[in-house]
Design a protein around this ligand. Sequence first.
Ligand code: ZN
Length: 412
Amino acid sequence: MKLEIDALRLMSELETLAGFSEAPAPAVTRVVYSETDRQARAYVTGLCHEAGLAVRTDAVGNLFARWRGSDATAAAVGTGSHIDAIPNAGRYDGVVGVLGGLEAIRAMQRAGLCPRRSVELLIFAAEEPTRFGIGCFGSRLLAGVLDGSAGERLHDPAGRTLDDWRAEAGFQGAVDSVRLPAGYYSAFVELHIEQGPLLERAGILLGIVTAIAAPASSIITIQGEGGHAGAALMPGRRDALCAAAEIVLAVEAAAKTTGAVDTVGTVGICEVFPCAINSIPSRVKLSMDVRDIDEGRRDGVLDRIERAAAEMAARRNVTIQAEMLNADAPAACDPAVVAALERAAAAHGLPCRRMVSRAYHDSLFMARVAPTSMLFIPCRGGVSHRPDEYAAPEAIAGGTLVLAEALTQLAR
Ligand SMILES: [Zn+2]
């Protein structure tokens, strides 16, 4: 029998899941371990049970729903994404990969397939950094990028730890036990909206991801000397905002020097102290986010910025302190999984192109422990993390169909 997607059912499930939200529709707010997150998990768990999948959760709430293959000893093929949503977000980010992944499995079941490998839907505990300030803590733990100390170390702004929260949500066991054993998945594919405009602009239904960029982000504090804007004369001033302005431009210049389209550098936050019209800024806090798909090239940009900042600090007699928030390694996707996705798209006559993921996803960490790729579908205007986020039903159904086809091939 042919693989066929029940698009009506999938769209109605997307609609239902969007209803579990702290924000009024069309906005979706669903923070990990909140009441709405728990309700949404219960809903998806029910759907997985209906499909005859064996469901388990780990110590932090990563949820696994397995359709058993004929060879219980073979490594499983994984697919999935996240259902948490930042405040005032939309209904497609992450969710398409979860409900689409489930529908892909159901389509395989309806087609009468009996795959050799188990096919497993994985719902990551949380992709968004909303509660603990760090994105992807579920997949970081699965990949061993975070260790068991995260349970006590990660905390929300009020000081409640990951351990406190997961206990309240009913997830027990050692945080260390979350790490996946080597070879757990033979392949992993995440279906996701692009969150950028390229597919829509090109009029192409599917993007097959060959690399996932990763940010190095830090907070830079510049300390100068304040004073009266009228009384302190220009010679000898140690204006922290003038110094910060040089850093902002140094980030831009350094990101442009590589000549690669995949290098980007951004300063998104600038806090000025004391922030008064008649006062020389004494202290400035900047954020810096530098991304690339090539770690060496990205780190080269960071070095260039650091040298420029040190030269500037000496010249302007200010001090600079940088606190690195994260510097994850970018990931290359697995050529065999990329090829499987391309074959799957071709098998159904759906246009696709290779692309880079500039946003980061749980797949960035899954790529460390499993051959991984991502399948992107267009979203209107490239808009995401907003209530007006939108992906067309045909795109969702098309992506789900190609996912089902690829999982079929990979599970043989
Ligand atoms: Zn996402």
